[in-house]
Write a protein that binds this ligand. Structure first.
Ligand SMILES: [Zn+2]
Length: 264
């Protein structure tokens, strides 16, 4: 379930965890970050391009996508306030393995890859946090691959909606069926059929280019096991220490989230 924090601004949870566990490290790191505003559709880095920066989002959501030779792109993982993108820099990647696209605009912080590596030395709190986050993202990517191979399209769509809902303020997601189909590499008709079925059960409402979450428990029942598995993985990795972080999605009914329709 989303964590309601009415009136609170979404805050990057990895930076918050660093602040709560090692404030000196946090302050040194923050002194090197640059506040940025993420534009909808902005490509933060290209697959094969230089891995020169990392990004910590507050209220923005990004998709890490694999780009096929014919230009189609498939979402491999997603990241919002619970995480970051560009963590390959932590692993000494010289190039980005995936394209990173901003799905939901918002704000956050940019940090140079070299500065991240300098700060995340072995034994540091940041090193421990990034190790856990790397493990979480590896799990997310492998789950997406398994999910695409064996799970029903409708359940996969319900899972995608829940994962997106967890990372935004509000209950409305502005997304076209074509965009969702492209991210999940399924037929557009399958998305439309699933959306109609979810609407019929009262889980969501659909208007042109907009999905509104009306009944989260109903949507959770429609999702595949991957949603619970992902949440459990994150909580296992980040709630076991003396400081914790979690999915920060706040309930702000009526807020509309715009998800850019790239690749449609
Ligand atoms: Zn699944």
């Amino acid at each position: 379930m989303t964590i309601a924090m009415m009136g609170e601004r979404l805050e990057n949870q990895l930076l918050r965890l660093l602040r709560d566990t090692a404030v000196d490290e946090y302050e040194r790191l923050r002194a090197q970050t640059e506040a940025v505003r993420f534009a909808q559709g902005e490509v933060l880095f290209e697959a094969g391009g230089p891995a020169s920066c990392v990004y910590f989002q507050d209220d923005a959501i990004t998709a890490l996508v694999h780009v096929l030779a014919d230009g189609r792109q498939v979402q491999v993982a997603t990241a919002g306030a619970e995480g970051m993108v560009g963590f390959g820099a932590f692993l000494d990647f010289e190039t980005a393995p995936l394209r990173c696209v901003v799905k939901v605009p918002g704000t956050g912080y940019r940090l140079g890859a070299a500065a991240l590596r300098d700060a995340a030395t072995s034994g540091s709190a940041l090193h421990a946090i990034l190790q856990r986050y790397t493990q979480y993202m590896f799990g997310q990517a492998t789950r997406v691959a398994a999910c695409a191979s064996v799970h029903d399209v409708g359940a996969r769509i319900a899972t995608w909606l829940l994962m997106t809902h967890d990372r935004v303020d509000g209950d409305c997601i502005r997304v076209t069926h074509g965009f969702l189909a492209s991210l999940l590499a399924v037929r557009r008709a399958s998305v439309s059929e699933t959306a109609e079925e979810l609407r019929r059960t009262g889980a969501i409402d659909c208007a042109r280019g907009r999905l509104t979450i009306l009944d989260r428990p109903q949507l959770e029942r429609a999702a595949c096991e991957c949603y619970d598995s992902e949440r459990a993985d994150y909580e296992r990795l980040f709630r076991s220490g003396r400081a914790t972080c979690g999915f920060p999605a706040a309930a702000a009914p009526g807020t509309i989230v715009n998800i850019v329709a790239t690749g449609t």
